[in-house]
Ligand binder design. Structure first.
Ligand code: ATP
Ligand code: MG
Length: 447
């Protein structure tokens, strides 16, 4: 993309309404625009990152064997009356009537609808296990929407639902989700710690929340510092293997890690004092096992091997896709702007032309642009006739992890400059080598 042709309405001033850094930077970098309280339009740069996060979620769901569907945002109240949640959900549910006076609502989550799909189409234990998920806009009429996309009213969420014959199988689904979430967050450059949590309106006993440590987090968390040394990495896991998923769960949840809702001071004090940590965290996901809470009242049953109808065991699993943009920025920024992890960066690298209009500099930038594009990478080329300082400041704000700077002086010596946004370190090297380095970083074969 050429910046001169892009739409990236960068703000010079720090918006007064933004209390936390991710909200400030998202507004300043022209990623989002508030439409009304807790409701945002996604401008091109923000939308691109949202899509990258969404892509990672889809890929990791597929790897775990989960199947994507799409359910409507507007739902009839009838199903929610069957489960009893129409009355229980309270003011966070946005309710409305259609022209025939029928009660409708904007989906805050979708246990009822997915259970209805299941009971209509699945009748035998032979069709299990089954996990269906979607990535869809949700609405919760939060009493205090704030911090930009972190606590919106309309937000984008991955919600998945497992259907299993037995409790044991459903607990395997729970473990499998935990494993797949660990991998999902790490691919986004995040460490999200699974913590024992409270189940809230979804119900059920087994639940973990995934928290990203950040000072601006809304939850108070307590944990054993050893947990931050754990990395999932690129281990190969057989998601069908109960043992393997169970082993990962045990590895990542055996140390003390809880939110304030489930915190147990006595247990915490058993952790050696020098390893006890109290911090703030951002909830970026949650997994639940809730058994037959919905399948029983809604009649979601299958015939077991003896031909008896039994209610299926279920769980639900959520990832805060739009909240993740805020969480990633909270975890990765400096005083100049965002520092995107490579996995979610809106563009793979920036190209800064120090002397737009100079034949040689323009040609070198165009050549870099073409080569990177041919590798399947997306560079953002700042081809505006701006001062170098303004171009650098803009690139720093939007936080692309790599920048190639091209100027007449370097070109005389046959070099450009490759700069890491994270470390600030620069290196002079011939353009071909700069391309090779970028290709390597993103795992593309150089030509
Ligand atoms: P919270 O405790 O933050 O209100 P929750 O526990 O009610 O969230 P879940 O039902 O677990 O939310 O939803 C799954 C995920 O969706 C959460 O882990 C969070 O990342 C995200 N999420 C929930 N509410 C919001 C919101 N108002 N704005 C943005 N993301 C949200
Ligand atoms: Mg939650």
């Amino acid at each position: 993309m050429r910046l001169s042709r892009y739409f990236m309405p960068v703000l010079k001033e720090t918006p007064a309404e933004a209390q936390i850094v991710s909200h400030r930077y998202m507004l300043r970098a022209g990623m989002i625009k508030q439409a009304s309280a807790g409701i945002y339009s996604w401008l091109p740069l923000g939308f691109k990152v949202l899509r990258k996060i969404e892509d990672i979620v889809h890929e990791e769901q597929a790897r775990a064997g989960h199947i994507a569907i799409q359910m409507p945002t507007l739902q009839s109240a009838d199903l929610w009356r069957e489960s009893g949640r129409y009355d229980d959900y309270g003011q966070e549910m946005l309710r409305m009537k259609d022209r025939h006076g029928r009660d409708m609502l904007f989906t805050p989550t979708a246990e009822e609808l997915v259970t209805d799909i299941f009971r209509s189409h699945v009748g035998s234990y032979k069709d299990l296990p089954l996990t269906l998920y979607q990535i869809q806009w949700k609405f919760r009429d939060e009493i205090r929407p704030r911090f930009g996309v972190m606590r919106g009213r309309e937000f984008y969420m991955k919600d998945g639902y497992n259907f299993d014959l037995t409790k044991e199988d459903a607990l395997h689904a729970y473990n499998r989700h935990l494993v797949s979430y660990l991998r999902t967050y790490e691919r986004m450059g995040l460490q999200a710690i699974p913590m024992r949590a409270d189940s809230g309106p979804i119900g059920g006993d087994d639940t973990h929340e995934f928290l990203v440590l950040a000072d601006t987090g809304e939850s108070e968390v307590f944990y054993d510092s050893e947990i931050t040394d754990l990395k999932f990495g690129d281990r190969e896991i057989d998601y069908d293997s109960h043992e393997q998923c169970q082993a990962v769960l045990e590895e990542f949840t055996s140390r003390y890690a809880r939110t304030d809702e489930t915190h147990d001071e006595a247990l915490f004090n058993e952790v050696p004092e020098e390893r006890r940590r109290t911090a703030r965290g951002i909830e970026v996901g949650q997994i639940f096992y809730f058994g037959t809470k919905y399948s029983e009242p809604m009649g979601a049953t299958v015939a077991d091997a003896d031909g008896n109808r039994v209610p299926v065991h279920m769980g639900s699993h959520g990832i805060g896709v739009s909240r993740l943009l805020g969480a990633i920025i909270e975890a990765s920024h400096d005083d100049k702007g965002i520092i995107w992890p490579e996995g979610v960066t809106p563009f793979h690298c920036g190209i800064v032309n120090l002397k737009q209009g100079d034949d040689e500099a323009d040609a070198a930038c165009e050549a870099l642009y073409a080569s990177l594009t041919a590798l399947g990478l997306e560079p953002l080329y700042d081809d505006r006739s701006e001062r170098a300082g303004a171009k650098f400041a803009g690139m720093d704000l939007i936080g692309l992890p790599w920048r190639i700077t091209v100027g007449p002086r370097g070109l005389k010596n046959g070099v450009v400059e490759l700069t890491s946004r994270r470390t600030g370190e620069s290196e002079e090297l011939p353009p071909e080598q700069a391309i090779e380095r970028i290709a390597q970083i993103y795992g593309r074969a150089s030509v």
